[in-house]
Design a protein around this ligand. Sequence first.
Ligand SMILES: Cc1ncc(C[n+]2csc(CCOP(=O)(O)OP(=O)(O)O)c2C)c(N)n1
Ligand code: SF4
Ligand SMILES: [Mg+2]
Length: 302
Amino acid sequence: MSQLPQAVPRTWKDWKGKDPIWCPGCGDFGVLTAMQKAAANLGLDPAGTVLVTGIGCSGNITAYFRSYGIHGIHGRALPLATGVKAANPDLTVLVAGGDGDGFGIGLSHFLHAARRNVDVTYIVMDNQVYGLTKGQTSPTTPSDMSTKASPLGPLAVPLNPLALALSAGASFVAQGFSGNQGELVGLLEQAVRHRGFSFVNVQSPCVTYNLVNTYDFFRQSTKAVTHDAADWDAAMRVANDRSAVPTGILYRAQRPTLQDTSHPIPPDAGVPGAVAAAADPAGAYRAAKGRFDAWLDELRVR
Ligand SMILES: Cc1ncc(C[n+]2csc(CCOP(=O)(O)OP(=O)(O)O)c2C)c(N)n1
Ligand code: SF4
Ligand SMILES: [Mg+2]
């Protein structure tokens, strides 16, 4: 683990870790810089921030971002991060990885973290391929895109991460493009500020193995969302509209987090948490459950 700075960094450059070994032009550079700028703008403390990642070119970002970090195993970043947040709710927990990591081997963790409203920010560098292992198809590869290992294409329709997150109950769903720094920094700041599971899918071109979804492609096909982010139905319509690549916040709502709705832990157990810290833990639990039920009614998901 690298030596952490003693004082809270003032500029994004203070969040720099090791020099990245990504291919020149990789979209992940833009994501890293945006994360560093968002962290600086939010005044985060590196010693109170943990970045948990899976395996992939994207997962290497732990070494390049100067906070505490856990470079875990492929597809398991979210359960690891859930444990980190449960053990110390005071930490700012960021989770990052690729489309293969999050929507392939780790897909079920993604859905369950969303529905549990785990209070972490999940950033996916979506390049529509398995970059690290030399460009095989991933769950988001377009059905008409051929790769070296799959010359006829994936022979499957691509998953839709935004629609999946919405249907699983994510309380914050956004999409950015690594080539649009200004927008991405703002999205990441709002995602980290959000209390609950915040998901930011970032279109992050792999310049080596994906010669279809290029920077030019995204410059021409991204379209900023304009609907009210509180409107779940509108968010779902935008997520399913394949005529453009939406960017911005598709959906945002407040509801109790996993921490709020977990079974009360006796205050003398030494574990902090909204419910455990309440004078009347059982009453606080019932109140949190009531707010949760009201949210389900509002969404008509039961
Ligand atoms: C359990 C397990 N299965 C498979 C692998 C091999 N593997 C490493 S990275 C990777 C896919 C990476 O793709 P993605 O998550 O999209 O990240 P990217 O490299 O594109 O950023 C695979 C299949 C592994 N390391 N562990
Ligand atoms: S292989 Fe692709 S994803 Fe990996 S570092 Fe190179 S450009 Fe980036
Ligand atoms: Mg990938």
